[in-house]
Design a protein around this ligand. Sequence first.
Ligand code: FAD
Ligand code: SIN
Length: 518
Amino acid sequence: MRRTRCFLLLIYFIVGFLTAILCMLFFRISNFLFSTMSQSATRKPVIVVGSGLAGLSAAHEALRAGAAVHMLDRAPKPGGNSIKASSGINGAGTRFQRAQGIAGDDSFFADTVRSAGRRFTETGSPLVDRKALVEILTSQSENAVNWLADELNVDLSVVAQLGGHSIARTHRGGGKLPPGAAIVSALVEELKANSEFTLENSSEVDELLTDGSGAVRGVRYHNFDNSDGPAHELEGPVVFAAGGFAGDAHGLLSKYRPDLAGMPSTNEARPASHGLLSAIGAAFVDMDSVQIHPTGFVDPKDPGSAYKFLAAEALRGEGGILLSSKGERFINELNTRDVVSDAIMALPHSTVGSTRQWEITLLLDPGACEVAASHIGFYVWKGLVQKKKVRDLAPEVISAVDKYAAIVSKHEEDALGRKTFGHWRLPPGEANRDEEVCVGIVTPVVHFTMGGVAFDTQARVLRLEDGNELAPIPGLWAAGEITGGIHGANRLGGSSLLECAVFGRIAGIQAAKSVMTV
Ligand code: FAD
Ligand code: SIN
């Protein structure tokens, strides 16, 4: 009897002990789960201002790092200028280059520095670390192309050589979709499938909110669809990716480059958002470095329009040539944009309505027309390019075509210094008269702003502090055309999409880290 009682007591003791342990475990697990759930419910989102490639890249990485993302864009649809990109994205050392017979590519950094010109060695204030920024841009370029091709399934298999590049490294797809649209739509689709992602279009950010110490703590914005409604406030770290000011003719352009008044632009008219950054003391660099792209189409239906459709640089890369109004070649078409545009602008111009423009013929032989078929099809449909038999061209143009065709076919040295001829295959002389070439009229256009907000290799926005030192503004990152310092006085074609992808991703990761560690 006593033994049975002892035995029962022992059983009660063991059961009680095990129950206590189970209860403790249960409370610990549920506590852990509860605190994790409530943490993620209360954790602030990464706020991304702008839904171009820089913003989309930032959002992608912030989500991957485990943060929620709230993206705001004042436009009714996502994509910004990025969706219009027509020539492609640069990458050095990619498998797509190798497939095209380019075994190695170690000149991207040097090409970028050469193109940046005097700005690269400038010692003025504020001093951003240009070398470090260009090193990141160029060394991460293969990775950026692989990211888009492998993770987002964007076709980037066609590689062309643009102006100022010593090798073909600008990637686009082989299909009908231009590279900007292909990249943006792939990213938007991927982001929208993530429940932690919120996109609000028609929502303009009016102010960056700061705390007492000057750190950014969120944004104030309003929604155009509800313009009478109250302003909204959103708390969280901010990635500012609001693009450049090439469409802000009466604002920043007239402030920094009044000499460009009356020039047409490839950017739709829109006010810049740089003022939101200056309001909190951010520093700016190179604001007077504005890129004039040599070839915007003059639309025969609306020749004086201040907005021009871009004639992609890839058209020249694939073999196109430029002819003056006298029907003569006058410049190596694959020189850097600043050099080509300056050469055009040294020729006589006309004023159509209130637009200052030039009349240059862009001509592609059948080889170049074929490789650029998807671009050409679209331009023909828009009425910007015509297909013509050589015999129907003006006599001086036929003569220039023959002269150039002789240089290409006989491997002679081009007096203007052009070294690569793309896919040009038209022979000189009578043999070419029934061949069809593609022609359009082009003019230099305001296209891109190299200047912008000072930032560092971690994509942190910088401000000048005591002693003229640049220091990061806590809570604020930036990427894309809003930033300055990478391209100096002249950007290489294809390097803007690249900077958006490279620095957008860095900004997204860094901003996410700041909320994940809270
Ligand atoms: P954007 O794509 O311009 O996006 C900025 C977004 O921010 C916009 O949607 C805007 O509405 C939004 N925004 C601005 N202010 C606010 C605010 N206050 N609140 C909310 N939202 C705001 N580069 C290349 O490398 N390769 C090319 O082939 C190429 N082709 C081009 C063709 C054309 C026609 C043009 C115009 C440019 C081209 N570029 C190209 C340049 C390149 O496309 C742009 O420089 C780049 O896409 C800029 O990207 P982003 O993300 O910085 O800004
Ligand atoms: C173009 O297609 O010519 C534009 C490319 C660029 O701006 O990088």
